[in-house]
Ligand binder design. Structure first.
Ligand SMILES: *Cc1c(COP(=O)(O)O)cnc(C)c1O
Length: 349
């Protein structure tokens, strides 16, 4: 059943029991579709590739943050908050979806964005403005460094602000992706689907998607490999990201009283694809975006899914998957950022 704009709390069926005591609001259109990518699979000559279309979550051009926000903003409402604050890059998909959800709920939204205001607001930033988000540019400061000051100023005005963490990634945000795994598991009951996927591949950056899929696999008791493609953590940052991820998994599992893979080495994070760093488009992303567009009519994004699909394509070419495996690529959204990358993506003859 589709209902967009339903602001009531949703209750879960018995199967989703570990999540049933958490507040949730409906912000998107679920379940998102799953389908095969037949022409890309044939082109690569490897495993059968399927795609989970979280680019179609229905909230303001879609994306994975919708799932996290269904829990985070329910928590904000339960705490009687009247304004939402979060942070991200200028082209943050997370900030765009947060601004849209806040507008939908009638909450004021403050975004702390990295760097300076550009001359022209396009892509996600244009959309943030359309949702009338209050934008605070962080300049040379770290993203989010100003959040405590903004919170204090709002409290001073008698407001009750709610801080959504970077990328929506904390225990509450992770619930959205445990729920997503239940959704996937239910879709796999369809005879046209594999009973379970051998591998699930996705972009991993702030962690709640990764955490939720790892725990979702546990609660649904399936054996899929959960393979995150590291988007932006370099040699110095990758170990601390992995231990942060491990802590998030452990804490969320404890909160839900479910089992979890105790060993940090069981977390699969592929570190080979960060290229020249966050948001820098290279040949890997360019080829993945072109192949998906030209063979399947599907838009990837320059920062996350272009890189994650580039990683998957490389792994397929290197023989990481047997030909009879069923690999699910979890499309996490992001296409609105394509327009702000026109200069690096356009084809000039
Ligand atoms: C935020 C984001 C991700 C990363 O998800 P995390 O839960 O932050 O790891 C992947 N893809 C897109 C398009 C995103 O916006």
């Amino acid at each position: 059943m589709f209902y967009l704009g339903n602001r009531h709390f949703t209750f879960f069926t018995e199967k989703a029991m570990p999540l049933s005591r958490f507040n949730k609001i409906q912000l998107g259109v679920f379940p998102t579709p799953i389908h095969k990518l037949p022409r890309l699979s044939a082109h690569l000559g490897g495993p059968q590739i399927y795609i989970k279309r979280d680019d179609l979550t229905g909230l303001a051009l879609g994306g994975n943050k919708t799932r996290k926000l269904e829990y985070l903003l329910a928590d904000a409402l339960a705490k009687d908050s009247d304004c939402i604050i979060t942070a991200g890059a200028a082209q943050s998909n997370h900030c765009r979806q947060t601004a849209a959800a806040a507008a939908m709920l009638g909450l004021e939204c403050h975004l702390v964005l990295g760097g300076q205001a550009p001359n022209v607001a396009n892509g996600n930033l244009l959309l943030d403005q359309l949702f009338a988000a209050h934008i605070h540019w962080s300049g040379d400061k770290r993203k989010g460094e100003d959040i405590p000051n903004i919170v204090a100023a709002l409290r001073e005005q008698g407001r009750n602000p709610y801080v959504v963490p970077y990328g929506g990634s904390n225990m509450i945000g992770s619930l959205g992706f445990i729920n997503a795994f239940y959704e996937l598991h239910a879709q796999c009951k369809d005879a046209a689907m594999p009973a379970e996927f051998s591998d699930i591949v996705f972009a991993s950056s702030s962690g709640a998607t990764h955490c939720g899929l790892v725990l979702g696999k546990e609660v649904c008791n399936v054996s899929s490999r959960i393979i995150g493609i590291n988007i932006d953590k370099d040699e110095q940052g990758k170990d601390s990201y992995k231990s942060q991820l491990h802590t998030l998994i452990k804490d969320t599992a404890n909160k839900l009283a479910v089992g979890y893979p105790a060993d940090i080495d069981e977390i699969q994070l592929k570190d080979d694809y960060i290229g020249a760093g966050y948001g820098v488009v290279g040949e890997l992303e360019r080829e993945a975006i072109a192949l998906c567009a030209q063979l399947e009519g599907i838009l990837l994004d320059p920062v996350y899914t272009g890189r994650a699909m580039g990683g998957l394509i490389d792994m397929i070419r290197k023989g990481s998957f047997s030909a009879d495996s069923n690999v699910l690529f979890w499309h996490t959204g992001g296409a609105p950022a394509l327009f702000s990358y026109a200069e690096v993506l356009q084809q000039v003859d």
